[in-house]
Design a protein around this ligand. Structure first.
Ligand code: ZN
Ligand code: ZN
Length: 379
Protein backbone atom coordinates (compact mmCIF):
# COMPACT_ATOMS: atom_id res chain seq x y z
CA UNK A 1 0.00 0.00 0.00
CA UNK A 2 2.72 2.41 1.00
CA UNK A 3 6.37 2.78 0.10
CA UNK A 4 7.19 3.78 3.65
CA UNK A 5 9.41 1.43 5.64
CA UNK A 6 10.39 1.47 9.28
CA UNK A 7 13.67 3.45 9.53
CA UNK A 8 15.50 1.07 11.88
CA UNK A 9 19.01 2.22 10.89
CA UNK A 10 18.12 5.86 11.61
CA UNK A 11 16.67 4.82 14.97
CA UNK A 12 19.85 2.93 15.83
CA UNK A 13 21.97 6.02 15.02
CA UNK A 14 19.65 8.25 17.04
CA UNK A 15 19.81 5.83 19.99
CA UNK A 16 23.61 5.83 19.84
CA UNK A 17 23.65 9.64 19.84
CA UNK A 18 21.46 9.62 22.97
CA UNK A 19 23.77 7.08 24.60
CA UNK A 20 26.81 9.26 23.90
CA UNK A 21 25.02 12.39 25.19
CA UNK A 22 24.05 10.68 28.43
CA UNK A 23 27.22 8.67 29.01
CA UNK A 24 25.47 5.32 28.54
CA UNK A 25 27.89 2.57 27.48
CA UNK A 26 25.36 -0.06 26.42
CA UNK A 27 21.70 -0.72 25.81
CA UNK A 28 20.38 -4.05 27.12
CA UNK A 29 16.95 -4.56 25.56
CA UNK A 30 14.69 -7.42 26.51
CA UNK A 31 10.89 -7.68 26.96
CA UNK A 32 8.86 -4.57 26.13
CA UNK A 33 8.54 -1.99 23.37
CA UNK A 34 12.10 -0.65 23.22
CA UNK A 35 13.44 -3.74 21.42
CA UNK A 36 10.80 -3.89 18.62
CA UNK A 37 11.05 -0.11 18.20
CA UNK A 38 14.80 -0.35 17.64
CA UNK A 39 15.11 -3.48 15.48
CA UNK A 40 11.61 -4.81 14.71
CA UNK A 41 11.83 -7.90 16.95
CA UNK A 42 9.58 -8.44 19.95
CA UNK A 43 10.90 -10.73 22.70
CA UNK A 44 8.59 -13.48 23.99
CA UNK A 45 7.65 -12.57 27.57
CA UNK A 46 8.90 -15.88 28.95
CA UNK A 47 11.59 -16.73 31.48
CA UNK A 48 14.34 -17.58 28.99
CA UNK A 49 16.50 -14.54 28.32
CA UNK A 50 16.20 -12.50 25.13
CA UNK A 51 18.65 -9.59 25.12
CA UNK A 52 19.88 -7.18 22.49
CA UNK A 53 23.18 -5.58 23.48
CA UNK A 54 23.96 -2.31 21.69
CA UNK A 55 27.24 -0.56 22.37
CA UNK A 56 28.54 2.65 20.90
CA UNK A 57 31.17 0.97 18.77
CA UNK A 58 30.50 -2.75 18.22
CA UNK A 59 27.87 -4.52 16.11
CA UNK A 60 24.69 -5.11 18.15
CA UNK A 61 24.17 -8.72 19.28
CA UNK A 62 20.78 -10.34 19.82
CA UNK A 63 20.89 -13.21 22.31
CA UNK A 64 17.82 -15.44 21.91
CA UNK A 65 16.93 -18.90 23.20
CA UNK A 66 17.70 -21.48 20.48
CA UNK A 67 14.05 -22.54 20.27
CA UNK A 68 12.95 -18.96 19.56
CA UNK A 69 15.62 -18.26 16.92
CA UNK A 70 13.35 -19.37 14.02
CA UNK A 71 10.90 -16.56 14.80
CA UNK A 72 13.58 -13.86 14.50
CA UNK A 73 13.56 -12.11 11.16
CA UNK A 74 17.26 -11.73 10.46
CA UNK A 75 18.36 -8.17 9.80
CA UNK A 76 22.14 -8.41 9.36
CA UNK A 77 22.42 -4.67 8.80
CA UNK A 78 21.07 -4.17 12.34
CA UNK A 79 22.30 -7.01 14.54
CA UNK A 80 24.13 -10.33 14.72
CA UNK A 81 21.95 -13.20 15.96
CA UNK A 82 23.45 -15.34 18.73
CA UNK A 83 21.09 -18.18 19.69
CA UNK A 84 21.98 -19.69 23.06
CA UNK A 85 21.68 -23.40 23.78
CA UNK A 86 19.75 -24.87 26.70
CA UNK A 87 23.02 -25.91 28.41
CA UNK A 88 24.54 -22.43 28.17
CA UNK A 89 24.25 -19.66 30.78
CA UNK A 90 22.74 -16.71 28.86
CA UNK A 91 23.62 -14.30 31.66
CA UNK A 92 27.30 -15.17 31.45
CA UNK A 93 27.11 -14.59 27.68
CA UNK A 94 25.36 -11.27 28.24
CA UNK A 95 27.90 -10.23 30.88
CA UNK A 96 30.74 -10.84 28.45
CA UNK A 97 28.99 -8.77 25.73
CA UNK A 98 28.43 -5.98 28.28
CA UNK A 99 31.94 -6.05 29.76
CA UNK A 100 33.32 -2.61 30.56
CA UNK A 101 30.14 -0.75 29.57
CA UNK A 102 29.95 1.32 32.76
CA UNK A 103 26.36 2.58 32.54
CA UNK A 104 23.88 0.08 31.05
CA UNK A 105 20.36 1.15 30.05
CA UNK A 106 18.00 -1.80 30.48
CA UNK A 107 14.43 -2.25 29.18
CA UNK A 108 11.83 -0.94 31.62
CA UNK A 109 9.85 -4.17 31.42
CA UNK A 110 12.70 -6.66 31.57
CA UNK A 111 11.98 -9.20 34.31
CA UNK A 112 13.39 -8.17 37.68
CA UNK A 113 14.73 -11.74 37.80
CA UNK A 114 16.66 -11.11 34.57
CA UNK A 115 18.16 -7.88 35.90
CA UNK A 116 19.20 -9.58 39.15
CA UNK A 117 20.79 -12.50 37.28
CA UNK A 118 22.56 -10.08 34.98
CA UNK A 119 23.92 -8.06 37.91
CA UNK A 120 25.16 -11.28 39.52
CA UNK A 121 26.86 -12.46 36.31
CA UNK A 122 28.48 -9.08 35.75
CA UNK A 123 29.84 -8.96 39.27
CA UNK A 124 31.10 -12.58 38.99
CA UNK A 125 32.94 -11.51 35.83
CA UNK A 126 34.75 -8.96 38.00
CA UNK A 127 33.10 -5.91 36.42
CA UNK A 128 32.58 -3.79 39.55
CA UNK A 129 31.79 -0.34 38.19
CA UNK A 130 28.54 -1.14 36.34
CA UNK A 131 25.40 0.87 36.97
CA UNK A 132 21.94 0.25 35.48
CA UNK A 133 19.60 3.00 34.27
CA UNK A 134 16.25 3.01 32.42
CA UNK A 135 16.29 2.41 28.67
CA UNK A 136 12.70 3.70 28.61
CA UNK A 137 13.83 7.10 29.87
CA UNK A 138 16.69 7.17 27.35
CA UNK A 139 14.59 6.21 24.32
CA UNK A 140 11.17 7.70 25.06
CA UNK A 141 12.08 11.16 23.67
CA UNK A 142 12.88 9.37 20.38
CA UNK A 143 9.88 7.05 20.52
CA UNK A 144 7.32 9.72 21.38
CA UNK A 145 7.76 11.69 18.14
CA UNK A 146 6.45 9.38 15.47
CA UNK A 147 8.08 9.05 12.05
CA UNK A 148 5.93 8.97 8.89
CA UNK A 149 5.87 5.16 8.86
CA UNK A 150 4.65 5.05 12.45
CA UNK A 151 1.99 7.69 11.71
CA UNK A 152 0.70 5.53 8.88
CA UNK A 153 0.56 2.51 11.23
CA UNK A 154 -1.28 4.45 13.93
CA UNK A 155 -3.73 5.75 11.32
CA UNK A 156 -4.32 2.15 10.18
CA UNK A 157 -4.92 1.04 13.76
CA UNK A 158 -7.34 3.93 14.34
CA UNK A 159 -9.23 3.11 11.16
CA UNK A 160 -9.60 -0.52 12.20
CA UNK A 161 -10.91 0.51 15.64
CA UNK A 162 -13.21 3.06 13.99
CA UNK A 163 -14.86 0.29 11.99
CA UNK A 164 -15.78 -1.45 15.25
CA UNK A 165 -16.86 1.81 16.95
CA UNK A 166 -19.01 2.73 13.95
CA UNK A 167 -20.71 -0.66 14.13
CA UNK A 168 -21.52 0.02 17.80
CA UNK A 169 -22.72 3.59 17.22
CA UNK A 170 -24.71 2.49 14.18
CA UNK A 171 -26.57 -0.17 16.15
CA UNK A 172 -25.01 -3.16 14.34
CA UNK A 173 -24.05 -4.71 17.70
CA UNK A 174 -27.13 -5.73 19.68
CA UNK A 175 -26.98 -4.63 23.33
CA UNK A 176 -30.35 -5.07 25.05
CA UNK A 177 -30.62 -8.40 26.83
CA UNK A 178 -26.94 -9.28 26.40
CA UNK A 179 -24.32 -9.28 29.12
CA UNK A 180 -21.37 -6.88 29.21
CA UNK A 181 -19.12 -9.91 28.78
CA UNK A 182 -20.92 -11.06 25.62
CA UNK A 183 -20.70 -7.60 24.06
CA UNK A 184 -17.03 -7.34 25.07
CA UNK A 185 -16.37 -10.68 23.36
CA UNK A 186 -18.07 -9.47 20.17
CA UNK A 187 -16.03 -6.25 20.20
CA UNK A 188 -12.88 -8.36 20.55
CA UNK A 189 -13.87 -10.57 17.61
CA UNK A 190 -14.55 -7.52 15.50
CA UNK A 191 -11.15 -6.00 16.41
CA UNK A 192 -9.44 -9.21 15.25
CA UNK A 193 -11.50 -9.26 12.05
CA UNK A 194 -10.27 -5.71 11.38
CA UNK A 195 -6.62 -6.78 11.52
CA UNK A 196 -5.68 -6.44 15.18
CA UNK A 197 -3.04 -8.93 16.28
CA UNK A 198 -4.79 -9.47 19.56
CA UNK A 199 -7.41 -7.83 21.75
CA UNK A 200 -5.64 -5.49 24.16
CA UNK A 201 -8.81 -4.79 26.14
CA UNK A 202 -12.54 -4.36 25.52
CA UNK A 203 -14.25 -2.51 28.36
CA UNK A 204 -18.07 -2.63 28.30
CA UNK A 205 -19.53 -0.74 31.25
CA UNK A 206 -23.33 -0.49 31.43
CA UNK A 207 -25.70 1.37 33.76
CA UNK A 208 -24.03 2.36 37.00
CA UNK A 209 -20.93 0.37 36.00
CA UNK A 210 -20.27 3.20 33.52
CA UNK A 211 -19.18 5.30 36.53
CA UNK A 212 -16.09 3.04 36.86
CA UNK A 213 -13.48 4.16 34.29
CA UNK A 214 -11.59 0.83 34.13
CA UNK A 215 -14.57 -1.44 34.66
CA UNK A 216 -14.06 -5.16 34.01
CA UNK A 217 -17.02 -6.53 31.94
CA UNK A 218 -19.40 -8.65 34.04
CA UNK A 219 -22.47 -10.83 33.56
CA UNK A 220 -24.73 -7.81 34.12
CA UNK A 221 -27.48 -7.73 31.48
CA UNK A 222 -27.77 -4.49 29.50
CA UNK A 223 -31.21 -2.83 29.74
CA UNK A 224 -33.01 0.03 27.99
CA UNK A 225 -32.69 3.41 29.69
CA UNK A 226 -28.99 3.34 30.54
CA UNK A 227 -25.62 4.32 29.07
CA UNK A 228 -22.93 1.87 27.92
CA UNK A 229 -19.29 2.95 27.78
CA UNK A 230 -17.20 0.90 25.32
CA UNK A 231 -13.41 1.41 25.41
CA UNK A 232 -11.30 -0.96 23.36
CA UNK A 233 -8.15 -1.44 21.34
CA UNK A 234 -4.99 -3.42 20.84
CA UNK A 235 -1.97 -3.80 18.57
CA UNK A 236 -2.70 -3.71 14.83
CA UNK A 237 -0.42 -4.61 11.95
CA UNK A 238 -1.05 -5.62 8.35
CA UNK A 239 2.28 -7.49 8.02
CA UNK A 240 5.08 -8.94 10.15
CA UNK A 241 6.22 -5.61 11.57
CA UNK A 242 5.34 -5.00 15.25
CA UNK A 243 1.78 -3.85 15.94
CA UNK A 244 0.94 -0.24 16.77
CA UNK A 245 -1.96 0.24 19.15
CA UNK A 246 -5.50 1.47 18.73
CA UNK A 247 -7.56 2.87 21.62
CA UNK A 248 -11.03 4.40 21.30
CA UNK A 249 -13.99 5.05 23.58
CA UNK A 250 -17.58 5.70 22.58
CA UNK A 251 -20.56 6.02 24.92
CA UNK A 252 -23.99 4.84 23.78
CA UNK A 253 -27.45 5.28 25.21
CA UNK A 254 -29.66 2.20 25.16
CA UNK A 255 -33.30 2.92 24.22
CA UNK A 256 -35.20 6.00 23.10
CA UNK A 257 -35.57 7.97 26.34
CA UNK A 258 -32.31 9.67 27.31
CA UNK A 259 -32.04 10.80 30.91
CA UNK A 260 -32.10 14.62 30.57
CA UNK A 261 -29.26 15.17 33.06
CA UNK A 262 -27.13 12.59 31.26
CA UNK A 263 -27.83 14.31 27.93
CA UNK A 264 -26.77 17.68 29.39
CA UNK A 265 -23.54 16.27 30.85
CA UNK A 266 -22.77 14.39 27.64
CA UNK A 267 -23.11 17.54 25.54
CA UNK A 268 -20.59 19.29 27.81
CA UNK A 269 -18.27 16.30 27.58
CA UNK A 270 -18.38 16.25 23.80
CA UNK A 271 -17.58 19.94 23.63
CA UNK A 272 -14.77 19.59 26.19
CA UNK A 273 -13.26 16.70 24.23
CA UNK A 274 -13.27 18.76 21.02
CA UNK A 275 -11.61 21.60 22.95
CA UNK A 276 -8.87 19.21 24.04
CA UNK A 277 -8.24 17.94 20.51
CA UNK A 278 -8.00 21.50 19.14
CA UNK A 279 -5.67 22.62 21.95
CA UNK A 280 -3.21 19.76 21.39
CA UNK A 281 -0.73 21.64 19.23
CA UNK A 282 3.07 21.67 19.37
CA UNK A 283 4.44 24.07 21.96
CA UNK A 284 1.47 23.74 24.26
CA UNK A 285 2.45 22.19 27.61
CA UNK A 286 0.63 18.87 28.01
CA UNK A 287 -0.76 19.97 31.39
CA UNK A 288 -2.35 23.05 29.81
CA UNK A 289 -4.39 20.90 27.42
CA UNK A 290 -5.51 18.80 30.40
CA UNK A 291 -6.39 21.95 32.35
CA UNK A 292 -8.45 23.48 29.52
CA UNK A 293 -10.64 20.41 29.24
CA UNK A 294 -10.93 20.13 33.02
CA UNK A 295 -12.01 23.79 33.27
CA UNK A 296 -14.77 23.24 30.71
CA UNK A 297 -16.13 20.26 32.68
CA UNK A 298 -15.77 22.15 35.97
CA UNK A 299 -17.81 25.05 34.60
CA UNK A 300 -20.71 22.60 34.22
CA UNK A 301 -20.23 21.20 37.74
CA UNK A 302 -18.39 18.10 36.50
CA UNK A 303 -14.88 18.98 37.68
CA UNK A 304 -14.92 16.49 40.55
CA UNK A 305 -16.41 13.84 38.27
CA UNK A 306 -13.42 13.83 35.88
CA UNK A 307 -11.19 11.62 38.00
CA UNK A 308 -8.32 10.75 35.64
CA UNK A 309 -5.72 12.43 33.44
CA UNK A 310 -6.77 13.65 30.00
CA UNK A 311 -4.64 11.27 27.98
CA UNK A 312 -1.57 9.15 27.31
CA UNK A 313 0.86 8.74 24.45
CA UNK A 314 0.38 5.66 22.27
CA UNK A 315 2.52 3.68 19.86
CA UNK A 316 3.97 0.20 20.28
CA UNK A 317 2.78 0.59 23.88
CA UNK A 318 -0.84 1.22 24.71
CA UNK A 319 0.35 3.81 27.27
CA UNK A 320 3.63 5.68 26.78
CA UNK A 321 5.01 9.23 26.76
CA UNK A 322 3.68 11.90 26.64
CA UNK A 323 1.08 11.94 29.43
CA UNK A 324 -1.47 14.77 29.47
CA UNK A 325 -1.78 15.39 33.17
CA UNK A 326 -1.25 18.13 35.78
CA UNK A 327 2.49 18.53 36.30
CA UNK A 328 3.44 17.57 32.72
CA UNK A 329 5.09 20.89 31.88
CA UNK A 330 6.95 19.80 28.75
CA UNK A 331 5.50 21.29 25.60
CA UNK A 332 3.89 18.90 23.17
CA UNK A 333 6.01 18.21 20.10
CA UNK A 334 5.01 17.88 16.50
CA UNK A 335 4.15 14.26 15.56
CA UNK A 336 3.56 13.16 19.13
CA UNK A 337 0.49 10.92 19.22
CA UNK A 338 -1.74 10.53 22.29
CA UNK A 339 -5.28 10.02 23.47
CA UNK A 340 -7.66 12.83 24.39
CA UNK A 341 -10.18 11.07 26.61
CA UNK A 342 -12.11 13.13 29.14
CA UNK A 343 -14.97 11.55 31.03
CA UNK A 344 -17.37 12.13 33.89
CA UNK A 345 -18.17 9.52 36.52
CA UNK A 346 -21.03 9.85 39.00
CA UNK A 347 -20.86 6.82 41.32
CA UNK A 348 -24.16 4.99 41.83
CA UNK A 349 -25.60 6.74 38.82
CA UNK A 350 -23.72 6.74 35.50
CA UNK A 351 -20.68 7.93 33.60
CA UNK A 352 -19.39 8.59 30.09
CA UNK A 353 -16.13 9.03 28.19
CA UNK A 354 -15.13 10.04 24.67
CA UNK A 355 -11.67 9.07 23.45
CA UNK A 356 -9.81 9.69 20.23
CA UNK A 357 -6.17 9.22 19.24
CA UNK A 358 -4.73 12.57 18.19
CA UNK A 359 -1.58 13.76 16.37
CA UNK A 360 -0.06 17.08 17.49
CA UNK A 361 0.10 19.32 14.41
CA UNK A 362 0.81 23.01 13.94
CA UNK A 363 -2.82 23.97 13.35
CA UNK A 364 -4.08 22.00 16.38
CA UNK A 365 -4.53 18.34 17.13
CA UNK A 366 -5.73 16.06 14.34
CA UNK A 367 -7.91 13.17 15.46
CA UNK A 368 -7.01 9.89 13.75
CA UNK A 369 -10.36 8.43 14.85
CA UNK A 370 -13.38 9.46 12.83
CA UNK A 371 -16.23 7.36 14.29
CA UNK A 372 -19.21 9.62 15.24
CA UNK A 373 -18.95 11.10 18.74
CA UNK A 374 -22.51 12.32 19.30
CA UNK A 375 -24.64 10.38 21.77
CA UNK A 376 -26.03 7.45 19.78
CA UNK A 377 -29.37 5.91 20.77
CA UNK A 378 -29.15 2.18 20.16
CA UNK A 379 -30.81 -1.08 21.14
ZN1 ZN B 1 -9.20 3.70 25.95
ZN1 ZN C 1 -6.68 5.47 26.36
Amino acid sequence: VSELAPPYLERLSAARRKMAEQGVGALALSIGAELPWLVGYEAMPLERLTLLVVRGDAEPVLLVPRLEAPRVRERPELFRLRPWEEHEDPYALAASELKGSGVIAISDRAWASALLALQRAISQAGDASVRFVSAGALLSPLRSQKDPWELSRLAGAAKAADAVASALVGGAVRLVGRTERAVSREIGERLLAEGHRRVGFAIVASGENSASPHHEPTDRTICPGEPVVCDFGGPWSPDDEPGYCSDITRTLWVGEQVDPYFATCYAVLQEAQATGVAAARPGQPAEVVDAEVRARLASAGLGEAFVHRLGHGIGLDEHEEPYLVAGARSPLLERQVFSVEPGFYLPGRFGARIEDIVVAEAGGGRALNRAPRGLALVD
